[in-house]
Design a protein around this ligand. Structure first.
Ligand code: ZN
Ligand code: ZN
Length: 434
């Protein structure tokens, strides 16, 4: 088993928002087993001198869609590809995401138990995944991707591609909602995702529509709670967020048009907000080139304009926020731009906390991910500089990460490139992935 002591490093504590110098971190297998000041390695394990560099927990993105390998508007969207081709492209995207520093990701529509297990079992290299299976929408809602001339039922159309989980399913009524939630949990979902308001990418629902009745929302929350899990929801407007929070939905995605009273309601109910601002910026810049229809770009313009204001409203009310991006298709390379966008409103320490500790809270894994602590998964980034001073080190998208550890595996180690000095003893210090 891997038994490595990293020493001579500055440890980033995301809870306190500071660096602690002169620390040593011991890793055995896939976990950190000891964090101490000034411990030197002995002969019974491998020592790695990090030369005073900064070690921080691996990043957590709480809103990704790893199977959306191409924008849905492109001629050959994932819906028109065989599951094998989608899977192959998905693994490539996941590996790239890991190299951008994301050691954990929550997929909120598309990925299934198989994706999660393939990473956990070491079959593929990627972020540890939490999955929701297919997101759940009402007829004509954000998850109903039929064009406005399609008549077949959404499931007969393309929501259930054989052998492929698809991104979404469409249900109407309390009974169908209960069955869908139970079915996603049966299939291995870690949480449930509902579409509770209009969206940018869907053809028939303006952003200000609210979706599902309160009874349907409450039924989903009850079924999730029965299975010891929770509901996340897509919602933009204050009205959609308010209905969701009152129904007991815990993870509020996007929330671009959040207002102060609704923010206070979120705090009161312990709801967490997952903004995804980079999605609108990237769509605005590159959407047209990717075939986005003008009417959808116009919708995107509205949510982008609300953009950072929602961060100000949430911050003022003390709404807990986690990091999310929601980039589909070829836009996924812009994932780390979210750090720069949030820095227009939030402090670097706040953003880092959102991308580490709050990710653990969302996924109910406090102490296991998002921290470098005894018993936590050995997920870490090593940087030359301090991201608490320079968020650009995280926003640059990976080149500033000298070392990336994911569950004890070294997925990147280019310390030699960063310094002219000879490498420390014991390099390479762990089993390398293929
Ligand atoms: Zn959404
Ligand atoms: Zn999404």
């Amino acid at each position: 088993m891997n038994d490595v002591v990293f020493h001579n490093l500055r440890l980033l504590d995301p809870e306190a928002g500071r660096l602690v110098g002169g620390m040593s971190v011991r890793m055995q297998g896939d976990r950190f087993v000891d964090i101490a000041a000034g411990v030197e390695p002995s002969s019974d394990h491998i020592g790695v001198d990090l030369g005073g560099r900064v070690m921080m927990p691996g990043l957590i993105d709480n809103h990704v869609h790893v199977t959306s390998i191409r924008t849905q508007w492109a001629n050959k969207s994932y819906m028109h590809l065989l599951p094998s081709a989608v899977a192959a492209a998905t693994w490539n995207r996941m590996k790239a995401m890991l190299l951008r520093g994301f050691t954990t990701a929550r997929d909120v529509g598309g990925a299934d138990r198989g994706h999660r297990e393939a990473v956990a079992e070491g079959i593929v290299i990627g972020p540890r995944l939490f999955v929701v299976g297919r997101s759940i929408s009402q007829t004509g809602g954000h998850g109903d991707q039929r064009t406005r001339v399609d008549h077949p039922s959404p499931d007969e159309n393309f929501h259930l591609v054989p052998g492929h989980s698809g991104l979404r399913r469409v249900v109407d009524g309390v009974a169908e909602m209960r069955r869908a939630v139970r079915d996603e949990i049966r299939l291995g979902a870690d949480a449930i995702k509902l579409q509770v308001g209009g969206g940018v990418g869907s053809p028939a629902d303006p952003v200000h529509f609210v979706q599902f009745s309160m009874d349907e929302l409450r039924a989903a929350v009850e079924e999730a709670a029965n299975a010891h899990t929770y509901v996340a929801c897509h919602s933009y407007t204050a009205k959609a967020v308010r209905r969701a929070v009152l129904a007991g939905i815990r993870s509020i995605e996007h929330a671009n048009f959040l207002d102060a009273p609704t923010a206070e309601l979120m705090v009161e109910h312990g709801a967490i907000m997952v903004p995804t601002l980079v999605a609108y910026e990237a769509t605005m810049k590159y959407g047209a080139a990717q075939g986005y229809p003008p009417e959808n770009l116009k919708k995107n313009e509205g949510v982008l304009a609300a953009g950072t204001t929602s961060l100000e409203v949430a911050k003022a009310a003390g709404v807990p926020m986690a990091f999310g991006t929601d980039l589909i298709g070829e836009l996924d390379g812009f994932q780390n731009d979210e750090f720069e966008i949030r820095s227009r409103v939030l402090s670097n320490a706040e953003i880092i906390r959102q991308a580490t500790i709050m990710g653990a809270v969302v996924n109910r894994c406090e102490g296991e991910i998002g921290v470098i602590a005894k018993g936590a998964y050995a997920d870490a980034l090593v940087l030359d500089g301090n991201p608490l001073d320079d968020i650009g080190l995280l926003a640059s998208g990976g080149p500033d990460f000298r070392v990336i550890l994911a569950a004890g595996k070294v997925v990147k180690d280019d310390r030699a490139i960063a310094t002219a000095a000879p490498q420390a003893e014991g390099v390479p210090f762990g089993p390398r992935p293929n």
